[in-house]
Write a protein that binds this ligand. Structure first.
Ligand SMILES: Nc1ncnc2c1ncn2[C@@H]1O[C@H](COP(=O)(O)OP(=O)(O)OP(=O)(O)O)[C@@H](O)[C@H]1O
Ligand SMILES: [Mg+2]
Length: 335
């Protein structure tokens, strides 16, 4: 039986001269850990009611702002919510959730999420990095192993929603998540109104189809900036908008006026959605408060729960919930 992987040792041969080698022991432990992880991943299908992926084809369109905003808007409704920040090379969810510099707590081999605003549970690679400014270069298998660990080894508890924020593009990360996490409700595609971002979001829609994860719809971010001003009641005000477009508004009886300027071309998200026959989930305004919120760790939804951005997020959340309610289809099963 030379070369057979099966041991031919029998009790009548007497005690074996030696136990498993250190290498065999390590492999057995790895296989056991992998099995436990798979079981844990499977149980997430039941313990986390809804799982929503947030993706975009292009970088910097606001995925992390939208992911954190959705999580906070859902938490505001009283749901138990978690965010999984899968952006391993540039994780910035912790900063947006006021958890900068936090470390994860590990107990008996289980990773415990940090808790951000409104009790939202957060897991991010940023918690494991010593230095925010040093980019991490992960080789493929290590990166994928880290993602699986972030899904299978985390003690999320029972959640109503898990929002998963990704790096830009159609990379390995969404595929690993789609294969590891059972019963994904679907993905939200974030775009800005410019043509280039729209072209890339078209790619994301094709990618979603290849992952067999339903597309819940498209969100148009940085869609128009609303300018508020005051002038004597009834006065006609001329405003020179971007791209040479002039706007004329009249101050109301209280002397207030507001006008929404299209910083980019508006309505692209809606037309992409229509072209692909997928839902348009709503538009989020351009709001400098998002940048400040990203920097000082207090999201616009927390600092201004009644403001225009919070209202817009609430509408997007309602549209996503309507889609989740309608779509009976689920993501890939673990094999
Ligand atoms: N609606 C908005 N109004 C104003 N600024 C915004 C808006 N949405 C996002 N931003 C700002 O744009 C920048 C990029 O946003 P964010 O980090 O959310 O994008 P991203 O798609 O996650 O980027 P990456 O691809 O690098 O992960 C941030 O500085 C953020 O504050
Ligand atoms: Mg991001």
């Amino acid at each position: 039986m030379a070369g057979s992987p099966v041991s031919t040792h029998s009790p009548s041969d007497g005690p074996p001269s030696e136990g498993p080698s250190a290498d065999e022991q390590r492999k057995m432990e790895q296989a056991y850990a992998q099995m436990k992880r798979k079981m844990a991943m499977q149980s997430l299908g039941k313990r986390i009611k809804h799982k929503v992926m947030v993706l975009s084809g292009k970088g910097g369109v606001g995925k992390s702002t939208v992911s954190t905003g959705l999580a906070l808007a859902l938490a505001q409704q009283g749901h138990k919510v978690g965010i999984l920040d899968i952006d391993i090379t540039g994780p910035n969810v912790p900063k947006m959730m006021g958890l900068d510099g936090r470390r994860l707590h590990v107990e008996e081999g289980r990773i415990h999420p940090a808790q951000g605003h409104l009790g939202v549970k957060v897991i991010s690679m940023a918690f494991l990095l010593d230095d925010d400014d040093t980019p991490v270069v992960w080789r493929g298998p290590i990166k994928l192993g880290a993602i699986q660990q972030f899904i299978g080894d985390v003690e999320w508890g029972d959640l109503d929603y898990l929002v998963i924020d990704f790096p830009p593009g159609t990379s390995d990360e969404p595929l690993t998540v789609a294969q590891s996490l059972p019963d994904i409700d679907g993905m939200v595609i974030v775009t800005t109104p410019q043509d280039v971002a729209l072209l890339d979001s078209r790619k994301s829609i094709g990618f979603a189809e290849s992952l067999k994860v339903p597309v819940l719809g498209v969100v148009e971010n940085m869609s128009g900036y609303t300018l508020h001003g005051r002038a004597p009641a009834g006065t006609e005000v001329q405003i020179a908008g971007p791209g040479g477009r002039n706007h004329t508004v009249t101050a109301d009886g209280e002397g207030d006026f507001h006008v929404t300027l299209d910083l980019f071309k508006q309505g692209g998200g809606a037309s992409t959605a229509e072209e692909f026959g997928i839902p348009f989930l709503g538009a989020l305004p351009f709001d400098p408060g998002f940048v400040r919120g990203g920097d000082d760790g207090v999201h616009r939804i927390v600092s201004d729960p009644e403001g225009a951005a919070s209202v817009a997020f609430a509408k997007v959340v309602a549209a996503i919930q309507a889609q989740i309610g309608q779509s009976g289809s689920k993501g890939l099963e673990i094999v």
